[in-house]
Structures are given as structure tokens and as C-alpha cells.
Design a protein around this ligand. Structure first.
Ligand SMILES: [Zn+2]
Length: 337
């Protein structure tokens, strides 16, 4: 089969399009003929070696959609030909966290890699049925962003009428968060770096759009938009460049969700700002396994809309990463195969 493999960490040139063996499904495993893979920021970190540098070549990619191609011994949930979406969280399945449905709290929890390929083998519990009315590219765009966003909105106890400040609103995670927050009846103040994307953000439900340039005071603008209260929930995937403002923009008793650090993870802040305002700092990373099968039907019903910025053939994964890293996105970038 054709696959993108990384032999050593580095820039986009290490994404090699090459032949490798079609994987065989073992006991309890399913082989999927993939038709689309969704690109996440995580894939860039895998490429750069941020999660270590295994001896074997790595096939990146966690989100994907396709058709069941073969099943291993003991598989009961799936049959050949079914259309499926990969649910990319792996965990032990036996500890108290797993048994209570909170898989990301499992000590063995990790995110699966391997969807930049024509075929992938996954445990049968790591698939969800693909709902009708979606293309493979759309189905592959949902996994990590929507599961992550839905999980942290539940943990942050998001309520109708609350105000959210959303950094990085035009990325895959940002647009997933925006849609899920609007579905909950929240008011969303979206932040983007580019003026020309603000109208599109409003089309997807943003109530207010702030265009952020370095040195600009987003917190001040949020205070102006909330009668001096601040936002009930602040979603920050930016890190160093945004976190001090996130802290200043959060309402008393509010929640800051930290879900990434695209500008760096080292931040300095005055703890008193946190405890005196009774602010909760909530770390978010993926979500429970039950979320994906639960939200997929919302796409069929039109309550959620997959947003795809661009589609590349598998062999152009390097170009896709280049766009993601250097040219900005509105929604997801998808590889097709
Ligand atoms: Zn476990």
C-alpha cells in the first residue's frame, strides 16, 4: 500500500510517500480501507519528533474515515463494507478511569497514529459508524477537534447564556468549539489574526469577532463587550502569546481551558489573579470514547457542519503540512486516498 512515512524527525521533506506492507488485523482488530485522513496539529508535532523518535518509521495521522476491509478473529461489531470513522484514543480498557468512560484519565491513554495510509488496522472499539449524508473527507474532519471540544465543554460545565472567549477560532478545533458552544446557546467572542476571516466566523455563529494583532489588548475588548464582567469560559490553544490576556479576560468564578500552546508553553502569571478571582484552570486533551458516536449523528441532522479548508491527495502531505504551518486555515485540511 501507499503511505506517508517519517524515518527521522524534521521539516516537511521528511514526509515520504512510499510503499509499505498492508497491515493484517489481529484478534479484535479491524482493517479499514481509508478514503480520507484529517490533519491535526498533533501530526506536525509527530513529524518534528516532539513525542520521541521511534526506531521504526512512523505513519502519522490520527483522524480518518473509510470502509471496513477485513476483520480479525473475535470481531463482532463490524462487517466488511461498513463505512466507519476512526476514534483515535487508545487506553487500557480495564482501569477505573476506562471503566467509568473517562478514557483520557487512563495512565495508558495515548492518541493513535497511522491514518496517512491506504489501510490502517485499529481495535474494533476504536471505530464509529459513519452517518449518512457525509463524505469521507467530512467524516475524517470530525474526530479529534470535536471530541476534544465536546469533552472540555462538559468538564467546564458550559451553560446557555454564558459568554465564551475563543482564541484561534478559525482552526479545526476553534470551529468545532464555536459550533458546539453555539449549540449550547452560548455567546461566543471569537479571536482571529486575519480581518478577512471575520465575516466567515460570523456565518458560523460567532457573535463578536476580535482581530488580534501583537500588542493589542483583547482582554480590554472582552471587558467592553461584557459590561466589565469578563468571559465565563476562555478557550486558549495559543499559549504564551495569549495566556496573560486570557487570565485578565476571565470572569470571577470562570474557567480557562488550556488546550494547546501553538506559540509556546512557557507562561508567567501572578497566582493571585487566579485564586482571588476564583478562576478554574482546566487542562484539556482529547475526550471520552463515547463522544464521537454520540455527536456524529448531529452532522447528519445539520446541527453541526464539517468545515474543510482544503483537500490534498495523500502524496502531497508535505504541501498540506506547509499550508497548516505557514499559510493559515479556515477549518480542516484533509488528505484523500
Ligand atoms: Zn485504562
Amino acid at each position: 500500500m501507499k503511505a506517508i512515512r517519517i524515518h527521522e524527525p524534521g521539516d516537511i521533506t521528511v514526509l515520504r510517500y512510499e510503499d509499505t506492507d498492508v497491515p493484517e488485523p489481529g484478534v479484535g482488530q479491524v482493517r479499514v480501507r481509508l478514503h480520507a485522513a484529517g490533519i491535526n496539529h498533533r501530526d506536525i508535532w509527530v513529524r518534528q519528533g516532539n513525542f520521541g523518535h521511534p526506531a521504526e518509521p512512523v505513519i502519522p495521522g490520527s483522524d480518518g474515515a473509510g470502509e471496513v476491509d477485513a476483520i480479525g478473529a473475535g470481531v463482532t461489531r463490524w462487517s466488511v463494507g461498513q463505512k466507519v470513522v476512526v476514534n483515535p484514543g487508545l487506553s487500557c480498557g480495564a482501569c477505573p478511569a476506562c471503566l467509568s468512560g473517562n478514557q483520557p484519565a487512563c495512565r495508558m491513554f495515548r492518541i493513535f497514529d497511522g491514518t496517512y495510509a491506504e489501510y490502517v488496522v485499529v481495535p474494533e472499539e476504536n471505530l464509529a459508524a459513519m452517518p449518512g449524508g457525509l463524505t469521507f473527507a467530512e467524516a475524517a474532519s470530525i474526530g479529534i477537534p470535536y471530541v476534544t471540544a465536546e469533552d472540555f465543554l462538559i468538564r467546564a460545565q458550559a451553560l446557555p447564556g454564558q459568554t465564551m472567549l475563543l482564541w484561534g477560532a478559525t482552526g479545526g478545533l476553534g470551529l468545532a468549539t464555536l459550533q458546539l458552544a453555539k449549540l449550547r446557546g452560548m455567546r461566543v467572542i471569537a479571536v482571529t489574526r486575519s480581518q478577512h476571516r471575520s465575516e466567515k466566523l460570523r456565518q458560523y455563529g460567532a457573535d463578536e469577532v476580535l482581530v488580534f494583532n501583537p500588542g493589542e489588548d483583547v482582554a480590554d475588548a472582552v471587558m467592553g463587550l461584557t459590561q466589565g464582567r469578563g468571559a465565563d469560559i476562555v478557550v486558549d490553544s495559543i499559549g504564551r502569546d495569549s495566556f496573560p490576556q486570557s487570565l485578565s479576560a476571565t470572569a470571577r468564578g470562570g474557567v480557562i481551558v488550556t488546550v494547546g500552546s501553538t506559540t509556546g508553553g512557557q507562561v508567567t502569571f501572578e497566582l493571585g489573579q487566579l485564586f482571588r478571582s476564583r478562576i478554574t484552570l482546566l487542562g484539556a486533551f482529547m475526550g471520552s470514547a463515547s463522544i464521537l458516536p454520540r455527536i456524529l449523528p448531529l452532522f447528519s441532522r445539520g446541527l453541526l457542519v464539517p468545515v474543510i479548508d482544503n483537500t490534498y491527495p495523500l502524496e502531497q502531505a508535505d504541501q498540506a503540512h506547509d499550508q497548516m504551518e505557514h499559510h493559515g486555515v479556515f477549518g480542516k485540511i484533509i488528505l484523500t486516498m
